[in-house]
Write a protein that binds this ligand. Structure first.
Ligand SMILES: [Zn+2]
Length: 69
């Protein structure tokens, strides 16, 4: 059974993040890395199917340096 209704018991930090394989929204954080540019990289693993997802958290006031060229 993949359908879990009314299951908002856990507050996930990354809202709207979904497993691309099973659509599950529950992840374990297996790795957290503070990047030199201020962002936080988190490696998550889906609780259902184990699909890994890497997310980058951007702090408030962060200015992207990707567009300086
Ligand atoms: Zn999944």
């Amino acid at each position: 059974m993949e359908q879990m209704k009314g299951g908002e018991q856990e507050k996930e930090q990354a809202k709207g993040l979904e497993c691309r394989r099973c659509g599950c929204r529950h992840f374990y954080v297996t790795h957290t890395l503070q990047l030199p540019d201020g962002r936080i990289k988190r490696r998550r693993v889906c609780r259902h199917c184990g699909t890994p997802i890497v997310t980058f958290e951007v702090p408030l006031g962060y200015v992207s340096e990707n567009a300086r060229k």
